[in-house]
Design a protein around this ligand. Structure first.
Ligand SMILES: Cc1cc2nc3c(=O)[nH]c(=O)nc-3n(C[C@H](O)[C@H](O)[C@H](O)COP(=O)(O)OP(=O)(O)OC[C@H]3O[C@@H](n4cnc5c(N)ncnc54)[C@H](O)[C@@H]3O)c2cc1C
Length: 449
């Protein structure tokens, strides 16, 4: 029998009472997403505490959605009918050291699992810019970090348990379930309620991060591959208002860095002499440690610290994935829009992601570069700019991030996601009457079909 480490997190982490309806996220405010740009279409929220209760609510309600940590900017999580939250059952972390996996209840946040894994000698392969998001919610939308050899976060999923529309429990694994598993990992919340997720782990490691300021775009254009290969994870930030990338965040694994001291000047950029925030006007207090100070992987891979507000807080986000071979041309195309987009931006980020084989992942069979926009919270202005950006990036086959704001037409999504017709079939098999569908899914995935 395999030896397992098992953790029950303290009850202080629980916000749950018993399986019960909760009106609103708090008693006074309407139920909103994290950024506050979206008021959900209902305040009806049930909190469940066990797998059996998940099955009960699924049987009880004809239409429903699960709420994760509410970090999506669009209506993918929305419903006018009934929400369910799994925060009350998020307390188990079970490590299988010989299988190199960890199994968690799906509502848990990366920021809760990571320190525990590190303490036990393990690490995840990558994290997003923030640790505040739930595992199921992040994997549902193919959330990613950076690093040209690193797949998005859902590529670490090796098995999952979900409750389908009938209330049945389905277990799927990478090892046994082939294409069905590849369909289910990036599920857009359309297949059922994910209750457990098993993730690949590896021996823990230390990292450091250095920031370079003012990398000339001309250098990026000529040395894109070298720059992206310079770290385990590389992020480029700019507001497109100058001919420079304002900040380059280089995150290196301990083994890669001890031999190499960072150069003061690198591709024309200067090594920063203090911690920085990706939005240069903001204090770096909320950001993970920089200046080459080594630390555990989970305190270097995200840009933002658990327990602090990530990013700006009052913002909107959009992001587009372009095939890696189109990266430089796509970046140059966006830079030509600089004057138009710049004044509406807090910052913009360029990252790389390795190809995968998950059907609804934007990196399906395709190494990608992402161009991300953190906007000032002005939807009338942003809604006019997104079609402009999408038009400019269309020749490069840009796919939108499922959890961020986009205006890409459903017919275009159909072309960009080759497995979409097959995904629809799997969704109809697990959810024949559309219990887990909402306006977002009906419009973008099931439109007219
Ligand atoms: C400040 C900030 C920084 C971000 N940084 C990044 C980044 O670095 N990289 C990146 O790719 N994205 C990033 N995002 C986007 C974010 O990672 C995604 O929106 C992610 O999906 C959020 O997860 P969540 O749990 O909050 O999902 P929610 O918004 O709560 O839900 C998302 C979807 O998942 C479904 N879902 C949630 N739990 C379950 C479940 N148990 N079973 C079935 N379906 C479920 C919901 O129904 C919904 O359809 C960022 C967002 C913010 C606000």
């Amino acid at each position: 029998m395999k030896k397992r480490h098992f953790l029950k997190l303290s009850s202080a982490l629980m916000t749950a009472t018993l399986f019960s309806p909760i009106t609103g996220w708090t008693n006074v405010e309407k139920l909103k997403n994290w950024a506050g740009n979206l008021t959900y279409s209902t305040d009806k929220l049930d909190e469940v505490k066990s797998l059996m209760q998940v099955q009960e609510v699924v049987k009880k309600y004809p239409k429903m959605k699960v709420l994760g940590t509410r970090h999506c900017f669009n209506k993918i999580a929305d419903t006018a009918d009934q929400f369910v939250t799994l925060v009350g059952i998020r307390d188990d972390i079970s490590i299988d050291p010989s299988g190199k996996t960890v199994t968690v209840n799906s509502g848990i946040k990366y920021g809760q699992i990571s320190p525990y894994l590190h303490e036990k000698g393990f690490a995840l392969h990558n994290l997003a810019s923030l640790p505040h998001i739930s595992v199921a919610g992040a994997c549902a939308t193919a959330t990613h970090g950076s690093g040209e050899k690193n797949g998005n976060l859902s590529t670490a999923v090796s098995a999952m348990e979900l409750v389908t529309a009938s209330g049945d429990i389905v277990k799927l694994s990478r090892e046994k379930d082939g294409e069905k598993f590849k369909a289910a990992v990036v599920n857009l919340g359309a297949l059922g309620i994910v209750t457990k997720v098993t993730l690949d782990i590896q021996p823990t490691f230390l990292m450091d991060q250095h920031v370079y300021e003012n990398l000339p775009l001309s250098q990026l254009k000529d040395h894109f591959d070298e720059i992206e290969a310079s770290g385990y994870s590389v992020s480029l930030f700019t507001n497109w208002q100058s001919q420079n990338i304002t900040e380059v965040w280089l995150k290196r694994k301990a083994g890669d860095l001890t031999s190499k001291k960072p150069e003061q000047e690198w591709f024309g950029a200067k090594l920063a002499t203090r911690n920085l925030h990706p939005i240069p006007e903001l204090s770096a207090e909320n950001c993970t440690e920089q200046m080459g100070v080594p630390g555990p992987w989970y305190e270097r891979m995200p840009h933002f610290k658990m327990g602090f507000t990530p990013s700006s807080g009052v913002e909107l986000q959009s992001e587009y994935f372009v095939p890696r071979q189109n990266a430089v041309e796509a970046i140059m195309a966006v830079s030509r829009l600089g004057a138009q987009v710049g004044t509406h931006l807090l910052t913009s980020e360029i990252r790389t992601i390795a190809a995968d084989d998950l059907w609804m992942s934007p990196c399906y069979k395709q190494d990608c570069v992402t161009i991300h926009f953190t906007w000032k919270q002005d939807w009338p202005a942003v809604s006019k700019l997104l079609p402009v950006i999408e038009k400019e990036l269309a020749p490069f086959h840009a796919k939108p991030h499922w959890g961020k704001l986009f205006t890409t037409a459903p017919a275009q999504l159909e072309k960009l996601f080759p497995k979409l017709p097959e995904f629809r079939k799997v969704a109809k098999e697990y959810d024949p009457k559309g219990k887990f569908r909402n306006d977002f899914l009906n419009t973008n995935l099931f439109g007219g079909i």
